[in-house]
Structure formats: structure tokens, C-alpha cells
Design a protein around this ligand. Structure first.
Ligand code: TMP
Ligand code: MG
Ligand code: ZN
Length: 199
């Protein structure tokens, strides 16, 4: 009658900026808090936009978190009774976060990660693409294009009122003063190398 199966998997929440990734992560955390699960929340030290210690969405919802420099610190902090691990802004970590996520999932922990899948160039961002391929459950959220209203899948970086150059640094912490959501057709990257097919 009753089947028993082992807990432990990885789920991702990805998409462009202003798609509600952190909002969705916090919603899942709150559901699990109601269910009395033992949860630990982590974020990288680099993300100090809205709070030093909280994971905060653009719309203002928040949960307390451990601020860490390296993914290995997650393994040092989890306890034998931890049931859920949530990580926000996962694009800022290196690929070792994939090993940590898999280790936790193998131990029976539900791992929820949220982050950007692409950078301002529209190219894969950090460990997120690898996490998506290794995860059991994948959610990709979209925002609304600031130019045409279509579903937005890219993040436009704007510097001094102009689209950023392809050769600008990958990391620039910020929010609506530097970034806006755009669709494929409205997304612009200055100096982007042109691909010549058939050469
Ligand atoms: P958000 O997805 O929670 O809105 O936050 C994304 C963070 O990533 C924000 O601080 C801006 C930063 N970011 C970069 O550093 N490089 C990029 O190419 C993009 C698109 C965002
Ligand atoms: Mg966020
Ligand atoms: Zn558009």
C-alpha cells in the first residue's frame, strides 16, 4: 500500500533578472517552513544589494541566510538534521557548487538553487547551466520585456544610458539602475562578435 522512496534531489529556479527567481525560492522556503522542515539558506557574500544577511527579492520579501564565500562552507555548516538547503544567486559561485549540491542530494537533502542562467551577454553564467543539466527538477521563469512587452528571457545591462559592451566585466552587482529584462529581439550587446556561418 505505502511506497517508501529516498529523499534527496536538486531543483533549479533560473531565468533573467526581474523574473521572480528569489521570490519563488522564498515561496518554496516558506511552504517548507510551515511543514516544519529543517532548512538552511545560503547566499554569496558578493550580493549585498538589499541586505548583508538576508535573501531579498526585488519586491521586498526576505528570509535570513548564511553569507558564504565558497560552496564548501555549505558542507561545513549543514547538520545531520538538515533536510533542505536553499542557495540564492548561485551564478556567483564556481563549479564546485555542483559537487556540493550533488553531495547534499545524495545524502538525502532537498537542494533548491536559484540564479541567472545567462549573463548580460546572453551567454551561460557560471555553474547554473551545469546545475540545470544535473538537476531533477528545473523551473525557468521569464520577466516582461521593457521594450516590447514580450516574455523576457535576457538581461540587458545599461551603462550611462547605453547597452554595455560584450567586453565589459561579467560581474556588476546591481538592480534596476543597471539592468532591465528584455526579449531576444530587443536584447542588445555592443561589440558582440559576429558569427559567420559556413566559413
Ligand atoms: P537577480 O537575478 O537576483 O536580480 O540578481 C542578479 C545579480 O547578478 C545582480 O546583482 C546583477 C548581477 N549580474 C552580473 O553581475 N552580471 C550580469 O551579467 C548580470 C545579467 C547580472
Ligand atoms: Mg534575486
Ligand atoms: Zn522585446
Amino acid at each position: 500500500m505505502y511506497q517508501s522512496y529516498r529523499d534527496g534531489w536538486v531543483e533549479t529556479i533560473s531565468g533573467c533578472m526581474f523574473a521572480g527567481k528569489t521570490e519563488e525560492l522564498i515561496r518554496r522556503i516558506q511552504v517548507l517552513q510551515f511543514a516544519k522542515k529543517e532548512i538552511m539558506v545560503f547566499k554569496p557574500v558578493i550580493d549585498n544589494r538589499y541586505s548583508e544577511t538576508k535573501v531579498v527579492s526585488h519586491s521586498g520579501s526576505s528570509v535570513e541566510s548564511y553569507v558564504i564565500e565558497k560552496p564548501i562552507e555549505i558542507l561545513e555548516k549543514v547538520t545531520p538534521t538538515t533536510q533542505v538547503v536553499a542557495i540564492d544567486e548561485v551564478q556567483f559561485f564556481d563549479d564546485s557548487v555542483c559537487d556540493v549540491a550533488n553531495e547534499l542530494a545524495d545524502r538525502g537533502i532537498r537542494v533548491m538553487v536559484a540564479g541567472l542562467d545567462t549573463n548580460f551577454r546572453g551567454e551561460p553564467f557560471g555553474p547554473m547551466p551545469k546545475l540545470i543539466t544535473e538537476a531533477e527538477f528545473v523551473t525557468k521563469l521569464s520577466a516582461v520585456c521593457n521594450c516590447c512587452g514580450a516574455p523576457a528571457t535576457r538581461t540587458q545591462r545599461i551603462v550611462n544610458g547605453k547597452p554595455a559592451s560584450y567586453y565589459d566585466p561579467e560581474i556588476l552587482v546591481g538592480a534596476s539602475e543597471s539592468y532591465e529584462p528584455r526579449c531576444r529581439h530587443c536584447h542588445q550587446v555592443l561589440n558582440k562578435p559576429v558569427i559567420k556561418f559556413g566559413e
